[in-house]
Design a protein around this ligand. Sequence first.
Ligand SMILES: Cc1ncc(COP(=O)(O)O)c(C=O)c1O
Length: 438
Amino acid sequence: MAKEHLSPVWARAFDIHVERGEGIYLYDKDGRRYMDFTCGIGVTNTGHAHPRIVRAIQEQAARLLHGQIGIAIADKVLELTDELASICPPELDTFFFSNSGAEAVEAAIKLAKQATGRTNVIAFEGSFHGRTHLTMALTMSKTSYRSKYQPLPAGVFAAPYAHCYHCPVAQRTLSAAERAALSASCPNDGGRCCGYAPEAVRFLLKTQTAPQETAAIIVEPVLGEGGYVVPPASFLRALRQICDEHGILLIFDEVQTGFGRTGKFFALEHVGVVPDILVMAKGLASGMPLSCVAARREIMQTWPPGSHGGTYGPNVVSAAAAVETIRVMKDERLPENSLARGQQLLQGLRALQRDFPILGDVRGLGCMVATELIDPHTGAPSKHLAQQLVKHCADHNLLLLTCGSYENVIRWIPPLVVNEAQIDEALQIFAAALDQVA
Ligand SMILES: Cc1ncc(COP(=O)(O)O)c(C=O)c1O
């Protein structure tokens, strides 16, 4: 009965009544235990209810729940800027806080407009940046996020993302297996990328949005909702170069890739590209609502006081959770664990790929791993196979989500506290599901 009062707008992947979480596990009210390889959609990187983070939240809640930053600055917020400065590229030394990923993306775009005096933004096909009106305009992973909400804010231009498995140039010249091998070698593509995607950005600047009107290029360094695509390093490096040539600001949306997910604190570390603006959320506070925009001081200084803000950001209890999250990640070497467990997962899935040709592409970076399901006869994306596999795994207590514009990608995002035996167990469940479904 109570469920009927919840808005149906939330699409629910599973019908689970969760009672508590611990580490990589969720427990329902009947005591059934699930391996949570959805991680609350890439949020609980430190695992559910990490004791140190719970304690930090409890202690802060007893001291101060809300310290409005326009009224007074709480020490916890300053502690958080110190912790963030210790993990961000040194150039990005000034921070703005809000509550959700979409809010932080909006803030980043507003900052870029103020800093450049320009109006337009380039985003990428397959991208996901949020569900507010401006971020919907930047989101191009599925039409369902936009249908019946048009018109959306103007001044957003779309370019293709570098996606070796689906690249239109590679599709003409390489077999599916060769494209999968190329995709697997990203981001260290060794110069084999055809350069189609950055060339399309240059063309866009010639044909649709002039450089002097273009404030920013916003990109996910690993495409998230659009299918967990690891691009060649040359793509992100070329975007940096294009921005430098034209005084355009480069924004990395690391809402999903941040906080150890790809095996480094930030995915940018894999490619050595420093954006002008970095957007973070999700894993930042282990589930407490908090997001952040980091930028160089001289960019932040162009933002007139009062021209942006909000009541809550940064909530001081969320700030306490974030401080402890970063410390736990360092002390427990979670980015390193993400890299090692991600390798184990990729190896296991690639071994399965040899036996099950429905696994068209297996790709990933750290514990941000994708298996793309295809019809083995036609090579066409198969949403149906992905759904069947997810259902079989859930029936056997392993929770996985899909993603991708064709909804045929199963994404693997375990909490970063996951251990070797747990990855092996998940692979066994998935192997049984493949046996059943294929
Ligand atoms: C890359 C990226 N940016 C922005 C967002 C939006 O974050 P939120 O749902 O917190 O608004 C998401 C959410 O999945 C995301 O993956």
